[in-house]
Write a protein that binds this ligand. Structure first.
Ligand code: UD1
Length: 417
């Protein structure tokens, strides 16, 4: 199994170009199922989750041409309606094909994604909302068997809890439903806004009418289109934190700082110097890192996908900090590994207490999920000596060319078998 070796201590310096957003690409790829016209997508990050979604689309009958820079997708009238456990188990976003299959064909059999390291991650909100659009479903042996005998019919739906995936599934499904759908208490992550822009360019009729309310008029005609996916704000946030942590100096290109205002404010508060320009952010980490308390929250709050990386940074703060994880119940898997490196983090329920002034020590480590994996790389960058990170397949699910990018800015990092 592949491992990463990281040699510290390093100060990161130079330029990073941000890849396309994984979390925007996944729902956009799922939404291509609505169409029989040619769709060309650019700026998809070439990471494992995207390859898995492309395999899933192929298994559903999509014809995909991939010249690495542009992916062209075309669906035939005849499709399969079956998303297998084999493809959905590694990537929870597989559930996003449920909405478009039901909207287009009125039936689907999609594997339940199951739990994962960061929590139970149910899909009850997706299913409850789809049933309001006229979907009947049964869960048998780990599969959702769903059908919409009368076709999907627009409805007013208020989500009981803010969910990124459920908001996406429902917006996509309602785009071909008969009549009008109003979804309220929606997630408003920039990736969802990107999905809506994509859908509207495809001929759908989706409008934000209040901050967390969206109106969808079902359409019958879908257009051909070329679409460039937005940049990855979590990748950008990870490199910004890496710069602050290593007292580095990075120019992060290809991202509009407006979509990561919260993260930038937090980094300014802890002492990093940040210059925001059109489509680039320049960051200079400071010697002294100030402590801060953070609570993860749906956008525009602080993202749970940057919680692990932020925790590493706060281990270096001059005083104690606290992080409350409000999105996932078990997203502290990195803590045990960080503590093995010398961190002093204690967990009480969803609250982590992080002692500052830590001198990390290199160690052999185990990655547990995507963002936890990258947090271990960050800690290894500021640990003297060689750290070895095992199970890096998690990392490959979501960070494009991470070793190449890290090496370019001065990290000593190597993939070994
Ligand atoms: C998406 C992101 C993920 C990010 C998360 C929160 C993608 C591909 N993934 O995941 O990187 O960490 O948003 O920002 O975009 N929940 C239920 N029932 C449901 C659905 C969700 O109880 O039917 C719960 C979840 O267990 C979790 C919370 O709601 O506690 C938020 O989950 P959700 O926003 O749905 O996350 P994902 O869409 O899976």
């Amino acid at each position: 199994m592949k491992k990463l070796e990281v040699f510290g201590v390093t100060k990161l310096k130079g330029q990073i170009i941000i890849s396309g957003s994984k979390n925007a690409s996944l729902p956009i790829l799922a939404a291509t199922l609505l169409s029989n016209k040619k769709i060309s997508l650019t700026n998809l990050p070439r990471v494992k989750d995207i390859e898995t979604m492309l395999l899933l689309l192929k298994s559903l009958g999509s014809i995909i041409k991939d010249n690495k820079k542009v992916i062209t997708i075309k669906n035939n009238k005849q499709a399969n309606f079956f998303a297998s456990y084999g493809l959905v188990k590694t990537m929870r976003a597989g559930i996003l094909v449920l909405g478009p299959l039901l909207a287009k064909f009125g039936k689907a059999k999609v594997s339940l994604p199951g739990g994962c390291a960061i929590g139970t991650r149910p899909v009850d909100i997706h299913l409850k909302a789809l049933s309001k659009l006229g979907v009947k479903y049964k869960i048998i042996q780990g599969y959702v068997y769903a059908s919409a005998p009368q076709g999907l019919i627009g409805a007013n739906i208020r989500f009981s809890k803010i969910s990124v995936g459920a908001t996406e599934n429902l917006i996509i499904a309602a785009s071909l439903a008969k009549g009008k759908t109003i979804l309220s208490n929606c997630a408003i992550e920039p990736e969802i806004k990107d999905l809506v822009i994509f859908l509207n360019k495809m001929g759908c009729n989706v409008k934000w009418i209040k901050k967390r309310t969206v109106k969808i008029e079902g359409v019958t005609k879908i257009n051909e289109l070329n679409y460039e996916v937005m940049p990855d704000r979590i990748e950008a946030g990870t490199y910004l934190i890496a710069a602050a942590l290593t007292e580095g100096n990075l120019r992060i290109k290809g991202i509009d700082s407006k979509i990561i205002k919260t993260e930038i404010n937090v980094l300014k508060k802890i002492g990093a110097k940040i210059v925001q320009r059109k489509n680039e952010i320049i960051i200079q980490g400071s010697k002294k890192i100030k402590n801060i308390n953070i609570r993860t929250a749906p956008y525009p709050g602080f993202p749970t996908d940057l919680q692990a990386q932020m925790m590493v940074l706060l281990c270096k703060a001059s005083k104690k900090s606290y992080i409350r994880e409000e999105i996932f119940e078990n997203r502290f898997m990195h803590v045990a590994e960080l503590n093995r490196m010398g961190a002093k983090i204690s967990i009480n329920g969803n609250k982590a207490t992080i002692e500052g002034n830590i001198k990390f020590e290199a160690a052999e480590l185990m990655a547990t999920d995507l963002r936890a994996s990258v947090s271990l790389i960050l800690a290894a960058l500021v640990s003297k000596g060689k750290s070895v990170i095992n199970r890096i397949y998690h990392l490959d699910r979501g960070y494009e060319n991470i070793e190449k990018k890290m090496k370019k800015i001065g990290a000593k990092i190597k993939r070994v078998n």
